[in-house]
Design a protein around this ligand. Structure first.
Ligand SMILES: [Zn+2]
Length: 328
C-alpha cells in the first residue's frame, strides 16, 4: 500500500481513521510492503503483509469466507488480464461509460484478480480503492502495483474498511456470493457520498431456472466440496461440450446479438471468440463456490426502491441484473 491510501481507508471495526503505526520496508514503486496500521479511535491493529493492508475485524484471516478462498484458488491460477475484459465490463455496468470514471473517486467491492480495477484506473479515475476478502487481492495488487491511482486492500464488503467519500462504487459478480446480497449492496452504497452513484451486476433467477433446479444441488452438495485441482479436471468435459456448442451454434449476428431461438443467445454469442480456457473458467466458477444466489428481479429492484434517485435495474442478456442508482 501507498501512504496516500490512508486518505480513503478506515477501520473495519469502528470506521475511524487509520494511521501507520509501524513501517517496515518499502518497494521501488513506493508501496509499504510490511508494517502495521492502527485505528486512532478503537486502537485496533491491522497488519500490512506483502504490500496489502489486511483490514479485517480482529486482523485474522480466519474470518474469510470459504467462497472467497475458493475463488482465490481460481484467480491465482488464471491471473492474466485480457483485452476483452473491458468490453465485457462496460456491458455489465452499462449505461456507465469510461468517461463516467474520469476524475472520480471509485470504490470497488470485490475485486478478484483486479481485472476491473485496472480498467477503472485506466479510464482516468482519480483513485480506485478495491477490496477483496480472498487472497486474490494479492493478485490484484500484483496487476495494479505500478498504477499510481490504485489502492488494494483485503477487506470484507459487509464491513467495508473505507470512508464514505466515493463518487462511484461498483461491484460486478460479487454480491450474489455474499451470505446476504441485499446487505452487501447497502454496504457498498454506504461508502458513496450523497449524489454519487452505485453500480452492480448480479446473477438473475429468471433465465437460469435450469441452473437453480439442476446445477445448484450438484454444486452445493458435491462440486463445491471437491479439491480445486480435481474439480478443474472434472470441468473439462462439460467445458469442451459448451465450447463446441458455442462455436457451432452461437456465431454472433451482425448486430452482435446471438441466435434468439437458442437459450442464452446473447450471452453465449458474447463468448464466441473467447479462448477455451475462459469457457473452462466460467464453468469452474459456476461449480466451485459454496454460496451463489440467483436473484429475482423484484428482489433486486427492492434494493434501490428507497434512499436513491435515478434508480434503474435492467435485465442483462436475459440471465442477470444490472443496477445503477444515485445515493440521496
Ligand atoms: Zn477502530
Amino acid at each position: 500500500m501507498r501512504p496516500e491510501a490512508l486518505n480513503f481507508l478506515a477501520c473495519p471495526s469502528c470506521g475511524h481513521t487509520l494511521s501507520l503505526s509501524r513501517q517496515g520496508n518499502c518497494d521501488d514503486a513506493g508501496h509499504i510492503v510490511s508494517g502495521e496500521l492502527a485505528c486512532v479511535a478503537c486502537r485496533g491493529n491491522f497488519p500490512i503483509r506483502d504490500g496489502l493492508p489486511i483490514l479485517l475485524p480482529g486482523s485474522t484471516e480466519t474470518v474469510k469466507t470459504e467462497t472467497a478462498s475458493r475463488f482465490a484458488e481460481e484467480w491465482l491460477r488464471w491471473s492474466d488480464l485480457r483485452d476483452y475484459y473491458k468490453e465485457e465490463f462496460f456491458a455489465w455496468i452499462a449505461p456507465l461509460e469510461p468517461s463516467d470514471f474520469a476524475g472520480k473517486l471509485v470504490f470497488e467491492g470485490g475485486c478478484g484478480k483486479g481485472r476491473h480495477t485496472a480498467i477503472a484506473a485506466s479510464c482516468g479515475a482519480r483513485a480506485v480503492v478495491a477490496i477483496d476478502l480472498g487472497d486474490s487481492a494479492f493478485v490484484a495488487y500484483r496487476h495494479t502495483r505500478d498504477l499510481p491511482n490504485v489502492h488494494v486492500a483485503i477487506g470484507d464488503l459487509l464491513r467495508p474498511p473505507v470512508k464514505p467519500v466515493f463518487d462511484l462504487a461498483f461491484s460486478v459478480g460479487v454480491l450474489h456470493h455474499l451470505p446476504d446480497p441485499a446487505a452487501g449492496f447497502l454496504s457498498l452504497a454506504s461508502r458513496v457520498r450523497p449524489g454519487g452513484q452505485v453500480s452492480f451486476w448480479v446473477y438473475g433467477q429468471e433465465g437460469n431456472e435450469w441452473i437453480t433446479r439442476y446445477v445448484n444441488p450438484l454444486r452445493v452438495n458435491f462440486t463445491s466440496k471437491l479439491p480445486a485441482g480435481f474439480l478443474r479436471v472434472l470441468c473439462w468435459p462439460p467445458s469442451l461440450l459448451l465450447w463446441g456448442v458455442i462455436k457451432l451454434f452461437y456465431r454472433p449476428r451482425a448486430n452482435r446479438k446471438g441466435p434468439a431461438f437458442l437459450p442464452y443467445g446473447d450471452y453465449f454469442a458474447s463468448m464466441y471468440s473467447y479462448p477455451f480456457d475462459e469457457i473452462h473458467a466460467n464453468v469452474f466458477d459456476q461449480l466451485v463456490t459454496p454460496v451463489a444466489y440467483y436473484l429475482r428481479g423484484d428482489e433486486v429492484r427492492a434494493w434501490v426502491a428507497s434512499g436513491f434517485d435515478d434508480a434503474a435495474v435492467r435485465s442483462h442478456r436475459g440471465y442477470s441484473w444490472s443496477g445503477l442508482a444515485r445515493v440521496k
